[in-house]
Ligand binder design. Structure first.
Ligand code: GLN
Length: 224
């Protein structure tokens, strides 16, 4: 079976779990998938094949990780080629090498993606909005079909700079008030991040994408 852990700090566990199970149904996978909560250092083990770092508030999440001595174990886990990681919203901020938490001297983060992420890119006034984003070819190769996805953005971050050619754009957002498309989903090796909340929409293609990556990676690493 394949095991996926969801970091549970602020309560997005259930939504992600439901979306994962729905995605698994759609993929018609025969291998069982087990989903568990990650709340403690001892939960960050090699028995997990994938971990989701959900949205919430990045300062709260990084403080939680620090207090529970999970920063280093989680970083090590993510850097292990056997594992696949996905951060959504605040998760995207925490995975970035650079973000405004660090710039203002705040909590250290995991820093595993060569990205610079702006915490509240769309501004404080625009607390939340919904918009269709464009999916890249690398996403569509894994999940063929419709080229757009309805994204729910809640005080959302965005990738403002990338530091390595290894960072691939998975989705971008065109806005009338911005000259360039905004990068709202990226991947680098076995780590992916989305600025929006795919667990809050009925469309589970991002969960399908993640599950596919977890399965393929496990197959590639173990030959099973
Ligand atoms: N901008 C928020 C932060 O700084 C993230 C918001 C979210 O996860 N919905 O953590």
């Amino acid at each position: 079976s394949v095991r996926i852990g969801i970091l549970e700090v602020q309560g997005a566990f259930l939504e992600h779990k439901i979306a994962l199970l729905k995605a698994k149904e759609k993929l018609q996978l025969v291998t069982p998938i087990e989903i568990s909560e990650v709340r403690h250092q001892s939960h960050v083990t090699s028995s997990l094949d994938g971990i989701i770092i959900p949205g919430g508030e990045s300062t709260t999440i990084s403080l939680f990780l620090k207090r529970n001595n999970m920063v280093e174990p989680l970083k090590k886990w993510i850097e292990d080629r056997n594992h696949v990681t996905w951060g959504t919203c605040a998760g995207m901020i925490i995975l970035a090498k650079q973000n405004e938490n660090q710039k203002i001297g705040g909590q250290p983060t995991l820093g595993v993606m060569d990205t610079d992420v702006s915490r509240n890119f769309f501004g404080r006034q625009v607390n939340s909005f919904e918009a269709d984003i464009s999916l890249s070819d690398s996403f569509l190769k894994v999940c063929p079909g419709e080229k757009t996805f309805h994204g729910v953005f809640i005080r959302a971050p965005a990738v403002v700079q990338t530091f390595s050619p290894k960072v691939e754009v998975l989705a971008s957002l065109k806005r009338a008030d911005m000259s360039e498309p905004v990068i709202v989903a990226v991947q680098q090796d076995n780590v992916m991040a989305t600025a929006f909340h795919p667990e809050l929409t009925e469309d589970v293609r991002w969960h399908q994408y993640f599950i596919e990556r977890v399965y393929k990676n496990k197959q590639a690493m173990t030959g099973t």
